[in-house]
Design a protein around this ligand. Structure first.
Ligand SMILES: Cc1cc2nc3c(=O)[nH]c(=O)nc-3n(C[C@H](O)[C@H](O)[C@H](O)COP(=O)(O)OP(=O)(O)OC[C@H]3O[C@@H](n4cnc5c(N)ncnc54)[C@H](O)[C@@H]3O)c2cc1C
Length: 394
């Protein structure tokens, strides 16, 4: 196998969990990498993430399998980083009180089981045994997926950067990429920043929601949907959840949405409502207080915490909701890495991207449905008309 990585300089734009893991994977293969972020690495969408590592909420089966493969890679990936990254297993529980929602949950479990996924229906008694600290209330259907978990994106980014520095790669922070110097064939010769140009053999755009604007500067269309989300934090508490790190509890009252919560490595809780793609823009203290009060109905220990509002987080969200990974026809040395569920997907996408970039091969048929070229002919009108890809399964 000929490794091209040693000779080429790869510039990765964006130091969120996607860009940082790709940069580290390339550097660990012997590639020369410069990771560039306009702000502090990890401060974009990755800092807003609920960071639930899962495949249970993903479909169709090909996308489910991609997430599952990544989920199963997380333990080895975190060990290879050589630092604590807050990875915690134990699964996810969810339960319902509404009859229609219960039927949907049962159907979902049945589908996941047909795919060989370790999701199963549990009784109210088992639910209570799994997490004694919860005040579960009425249950008409409940589900437990014991293979899911959580991780801390900032710890992952920090670990990648420490490893990059050890490998003598460059990490530039506070450097805004504003354009590209390209040759007549569209190849990028250099990245333009406010202060200077940075020459590169390969450029990776992993700039989250800014990917669309940056890619357009290289004539590449990467349309995104607007996907605001709000996940609040609390003041730190001693460990409350004993066995299951991720909890989805049913709505409290008509018109309300389900509550999800997890306890972070530093003792703070993260609390959100709805599913992983629910749109939310209320980042006020009043809304944070309300979320905490509702979550405390299920986990009374939360009453000792204060709610800390977090500004709206904008999910990087390709227009059809699925990852966008690969080299581009318009700019042949430009590689795009844009995805929702980037926390779950970081191990597999970073591995495949590094392989493709360092070896100049198409890594794996698993990425074929997710190539940037699928958007090449989309018109502005189609982009404007596209429905928001809201589905709990992406
Ligand atoms: C509310 C919310 C909840 C979520 N929950 C989950 C979950 O439970 N599980 C899950 O798997 N995923 C979840 N996600 C999705 C996941 O967090 C994202 O897919 C992931 O964080 C994306 O990482 P990224 O590196 O692509 O983007 P970002 O973290 O946004 O990183 C992009 C970086 O690029 C930099 N940048 C942008 N433009 C430029 C430029 N011109 N020059 C230089 N640098 C630039 C930015 O400063 C930023 O640091 C959630 C996201 C949100 C917002």
């Amino acid at each position: 196998m000929v490794v091209r990585g040693n000779s080429q300089h790869v510039a990765v734009i964006g130091g969120g969990i996607v860009g940082a893991t790709i940069a580290w994977r390339i550097a660990s293969r012997g590639g020369r990498v410069t990771l560039i972020d306009k702000a502090e690495p990890g401060s974009g969408a990755s800092s807003h993430s609920f960071a639930w590592v899962n495949a249970g909420a993903k479909e169709p089966i090909g996308y489910h399998n991609l997430n599952r493969r990544s989920l199963e890679m997380w333990a080895r990936f975190s060990a290879s980083l050589g630092d604590e990254v807050g990875l915690r297993w134990g699964g996810k529980i969810a339960w319902e009180t509404d009859p229609d929602a219960s039927e949907q949950l049962k159907a979902r479990v049945s589908q996941l089981q047909s795919w060989g996924y370790p999701s199963r229906l549990v009784s109210a008694e088992e639910l209570a045994e799994l997490e004694p600290a919860l005040d579960i209330g009425p249950v008409s259907a409940a589900e437990y997926s014991d293979n899911e978990g959580q991780v801390e994106p900032q710890m992952v980014v920090d670990a990648c950067i420490r490893r990059l520095r050890k490998l003598e790669s460059s990490v530039l922070t506070g450097v805004d990429v504003v354009g590209f110097d390209r040759d007549s064939a569209g190849r990028i010769r250099a990245i333009q920043t406010g202060a200077r140009e940075i020459e590169a053999d390969v450029v990776v755009i992993a700039a989250g929601t800014d990917t669309t604007e940056l890619a357009a500067k290289a004539d590449v269309k990467i349309p995104q949907a607007q996907s605001p989300g709000v996940v609040i934090r609390t003041t730190p508490l001693p460990p409350l959840l004993q066995h299951v790190p991720v909890v989805y509890a049913p709505p409290l009252g008509d018109g309300r949405r389900e509550i999800h919560l997890r306890q972070c490595a530093d003792g703070r809780f993260m609390i959100g409502e709805g599913d992983q793609e629910s749109l939310a823009e209320d980042d006020t203290q009043a809304h944070a207080d309300d979320l905490l009060a509702r979550a405390a109905c299920y986990l009374p220990g939360l009453s000792d915490a204060e709610a800390i509002p977090v500004p709206v987080g904008w999910r990087p969200m390709p227009l059809d909701g699925y990852p966008t990974m690969g080299f581009t026809a318009e700019s042949p040395n430009l590689y795009v890495a844009l995805t929702h569920s980037g926390v779950t997907l970081a191990p597999v996408l970073s591995q495949l991207a590094a392989l493709e970039i360092c070896e100049n091969v198409r890594a794996d048929t698993v990425l074929e449905p997710y190539r940037p070229g699928r958007f090449a002919t989309i018109t502005d009108e189609q982009i404007a008309q596209a429905a928001h890809p809201r589905s709990r399964h992406r």
